[in-house]
Design a protein around this ligand. Structure first.
Ligand SMILES: Cc1cc2nc3c(=O)[nH]c(=O)nc-3n(C[C@H](O)[C@H](O)[C@H](O)COP(=O)(O)OP(=O)(O)OC[C@H]3O[C@@H](n4cnc5c(N)ncnc54)[C@H](O)[C@@H]3O)c2cc1C
Length: 345
């Protein structure tokens, strides 16, 4: 191991760093050279160094939405910027600037402890604040893009720090400008805008069920309900390797939806923001008989068909092989293509 930690402006580096704790699939992987980024000022030198040598690079937060190969060649930037400050507050909203390396769930809990409700539906999503805008994380009817004022990032193309206002981030379902431009931005800070006016958002079926006898739940009650549902439904990566939902819910035109509904009356779907129909990918996979199935060291989670798991000793290749089987069968049965949600690095 070769490390240097002389100045704040220089990122600490390590050779052949094992990343088992930085990928929730628990794959046995390592980074050729890993840089621990604790301050935004450390980023330009690291990026300059790797671009001069024409080496590949990527950013890793908590590793909860990635599929990693055995060795990550070139440079891996481990995002560890943990600053957090209230920038301003008026009668309409509070602006909070948060470092890219802050743990997402801890930040959500902090907003509630400090009476800034709004993010409670997004409790217990693993990972970091810096990764939240990348795929516009969402759960129980809320997407984070709604609460973002702007994002500060280092742009590896122009070699400058940039601030992208919310509209420039182009947030959409599990998508953003950052996701559309991979290997370009290193998100160092996210500025959240939390409106002072709060309204409970419990229309999602699973959440609504928790409040049949309490129509006016508090933010704290919603936070606790979300934590309870997630703990019951999703496997804990510490116990069994996974990256949450493995496929995006496919969005289909209304005509296709109606044809499918006619053939499969039990089809589970939700209206999409743009007037199309979002199909429950988990239901499609379940109908094809994959739930609880195992293929070597990997498999489909027994309680939720949308989650692929590593039973131990699995690799990226194993998971992608299983994913291909599922995609092919779903396409054959329903004529619908499933897109992989985690990033294949
Ligand atoms: C059990 C479980 C449940 C989950 N539930 C949900 C859910 O309900 N909703 C949801 O949306 N997601 C969910 N996820 C996926 C995941 O938690 C989120 O996508 C999360 O935002 C990923 O954060 P991370 O720090 O782990 O990112 P990583 O996995 O480390 O990285 C994800 C991607 O973002 C890039 N990236 C990370 N940090 C930065 C940065 N600072 N700058 C630039 N690029 C960066 C990486 O290069 C990679 O491409 C779940 C995952 C698990 C394991």
């Amino acid at each position: 191991m070769n490390s240097s930690q002389n100045a704040v402006s220089q990122a600490k580096s390590s050779l052949n760093l094992v990343l088992r704790d930085r990928n929730t699939f628990g794959f046995d992987v390592s980074a050729e050279v890993a840089y621990e980024i604790t301050a935004a000022e450390q980023v330009p030198a690291v990026i300059r160094g790797v671009t001069e040598k024409n080496l590949p690079w990527r950013v890793l937060g908590g590793g909860s939405n990635v599929i990693l190969p055995k060795v990550l060649s070139g440079a891996t930037l481990l995002m560890n910027i943990t600053s957090q400050e209230i920038v301003s507050s008026d009668e309409k909203a509070t602006l909070i600037a948060v470092g890219g390396g802050v743990n997402w769930h801890e930040f959500v809990a902090w907003t509630l402890d400090n009476h800034f409700p709004g993010l409670e539906n997004l409790a217990l999503i693993p990972g970091t604040v810096g990764a939240a805008p990348i795929q516009n994380i969402g759960a129980y009817g809320v997407e984070i893009g709604e609460y973002i004022d702007s994002v500060e990032a280092f742009d590896a193309k122009s070699h400058t720090f940039v601030t992208l206002a919310k509209d420039a981030c182009q947030f959409a379902y599990r998508d953003s400008y950052f996701k559309q431009n991979p290997h370009r931005f290193i998100v160092t800070k996210v500025i959240f805008k939390i409106p002072k006016q709060w309204q409970a958002r419990i229309h999602y079926a699973d959440l609504a069920k928790q409040f049949t006898s309490n129509l006016n739940p508090s933010p704290r009650e919603i936070f606790l309900a979300v934590c309870k549902i997630r703990t019951q439904k999703l496997p804990d990566p510490k116990m069994i390797g996974n990256a949450g939902s493995f496929f995006q819910n496919p969005i289909v035109p209304n005509e296709q939806y109606k044809t499918l509904l006619h053939k499969y009356p039990g089809l589970v779907s939700y209206p999409d923001a743009l007037g199309k129909r979002k199909l429950a990918a988990g239901w499609l996979i379940d109908q094809c008989g994959f739930k609880g199935q195992r293929m070597g060291n990997v498999g489909v989670y027994e309680n939720q068909a949308l989650v692929l798991v590593n039973h131990g000793g699995g690799t990226a290749q194993d998971i992608l092989g299983l994913a291909k089987c599922i995609q092919d069968k779903v396409k054959k049965e329903f004529g619908v293509s499933l897109e992989i949600e985690p990033n294949i690095l």
